[in-house]
Design a protein around this ligand. Structure first.
Ligand SMILES: *Cc1c(COP(=O)(O)O)cnc(C)c1O
Length: 433
């Protein structure tokens, strides 16, 4: 819709939205979604997903069928209530067995050995899990198997040495200018490859005022800290009031320039992204968010809507993806994931080599697999779609980037480079004399 304004005898056309001054309501994500081209979900799932033009009550066909089967009395409104999703998490073997046919290795994870990380899956995310294929990527990320109780060489419970770098409980200070603040150890859905499985889900980290005040005091006394990363556990599992308190306390510290929230909510519990939440969050800019998407099948209309609302609230979105064997360790899957992320206005930020946590051998790939994927993407697709491939160095060295070698060597005064098509080029370097 266009509005015509008369100005100096000239007719100027402006979009209707630009004339609504002082409108502090967040834009209706429904209207943005309506204008968006359809999201093509990657080849291997064979579905084309279109976005409903309305913002309330999004329910994709897979979720609708799942709800009808296992939660027949539940209305769309209740299904889309994040607190209902949270309190109806799948948490026991008995619940799981009603919904999927477990393999022997999966059942054994419950009966033969205790896994350290609890089971937790939202009904929404469970609707994406294959009921009959134990090798389905989404299923592998959330259903335990006996393999996660195996301890192989080089693995540790805290490979990144986070505990040794905590000046205050739940605060990790590894880099000169930024800190990691763990708010709580609770997630709506537990990833089986969690880098913090030693603490997550055990009630070890509480968002208590007392502990957090100690963390704020440390940040206050450390002027070098200009960036605070809030993680956990999933920070967005806290209520708006508590989160607003944390964000406002950090905003009171003059040298804290930016705050980042690390969350998997848009992938596992997109219903958590409400108007109320984004209205609160956008008061604490500059606020950035690191999301966690692992596989293109997570890029549902529900997830798309959640990301649209966050992006419309002015929050720059990045994704941190873990490279996982049998989940996303091939070029086609990774390409489909990063292309979907760009459409969701999420910039692929990091691709992590899987940390050597105890019981992670079945998830870890050789580093060459990651390098091959990067080599297969760089040059063949948008630079914005390319994450930085990193290893978080065991022992607490921080993130170390890994790159295929594009510098071949030197020839007299020229640098010899290899391009994405494997062709050689020479760049004449200026003489350094
Ligand atoms: C990953 C991480 C950060 C943030 O690193 P960036 O490269 O700035 O995203 C900060 N602290 C710790 C302990 C981390 O693991």
């Amino acid at each position: 819709m266009q509005v015509t304004i008369k100005r100096n005898e000239q007719q100027v056309c402006v979009p209707a939205s630009a004339t609504q001054e002082g409108d502090d309501e967040p834009p209706d994500p429904g209207s943005c979604l309506a204008a968006m081209p359809a999201l093509t979900v990657p080849k291997h799932s064979g579905r084309i997903v279109r976005f409903p033009a309305h913002r309330a009550g999004i329910l994709s066909p897979a979720a609708r069928a799942f709800r009808k089967k296992y939660f027949p009395g539940i209305t769309t409104k209740l299904w889309n209530d994040w607190q209902w999703q949270t309190s109806n998490r799948i948490r026991t073997l008995a619940q799981l067995e009603k919904m999927i046919v477990l393999s022997d290795a999966e059942r054994a994870a419950f009966t033969q050995a205790a896994t350290t990380l609890p089971l937790g899956i939202t009904p929404y995310y469970m609707s994406l899990v294959s009921p009959d294929n134990p090798d389905q990527p989404i299923r592998r990320t959330v259903i335990p198997t006996l393999q996660e109780t195996l301890h192989t060489a080089g693995e540790a419970d805290d490979p990144l040495g986070e505990d040794a770098m905590s000046p205050v409980p739940g605060l990790v200070h590894r880099y000169p200018d930024r800190v990691l603040l763990l708010l709580s150890d609770f997630c709506s859905t537990y990833c089986r490859y969690c880098t913090r499985s030693r603490v997550v889900g055990h009630g070890a980290i509480h968002p208590s005022r007392n502990r957090l005040e100690r963390a704020f005091a440390y940040i206050e006394q450390t002027p070098a800290v200009r960036d605070v990363l809030i993680s956990g556990g999933d920070p967005l599992m806290l209520g708006e009031e508590k989160l607003a308190w944390v964000l406002s306390r950090l905003r009171q510290i003059p040298h804290v320039e930016i705050v980042r929230i690390g969350t998997k909510v848009p992938a596992v519990l997109p219903q958590r992204i409400t108007q109320r939440l984004v209205r609160m969050l956008r008061q604490y800019h500059p606020l950035w968010m690191s999301l966690h998407f692992t596989h293109p099948d997570e890029c549902t209309p529900e997830a798309y809507r959640a990301c649209a609302m966050l992006a419309d609230a002015g929050i720059p979105l990045g994704s941190q993806t873990v490279l996982l064997k049998g989940v996303n360790d091939n070029l086609d899957t990774m390409r489909a994931l990063i292309h979907n992320l760009l459409k969701m206005r999420v910039r692929p930020y990091y691709l992590y080599q899987c940390d050597p946590i105890t019981g992670s051998a079945h998830f870890r790939t050789p580093v060459e697999t990651g390098l091959d994927i990067i080599r297969g993407l760089r040059g063949f697709t948008s630079g914005y779609a390319l994450p930085t491939y990193v290893i978080d160095a065991p022992g607490g060295g921080g993130k170390i980037p890994l790159m295929p070698d594009y510098v071949v060597g030197r020839e007299n005064d020229a640098l010899v480079l290899r391009n994405y098509e494997n062709k050689l080029y020479r760049y004449p370097e200026p003489c350094n004399c």
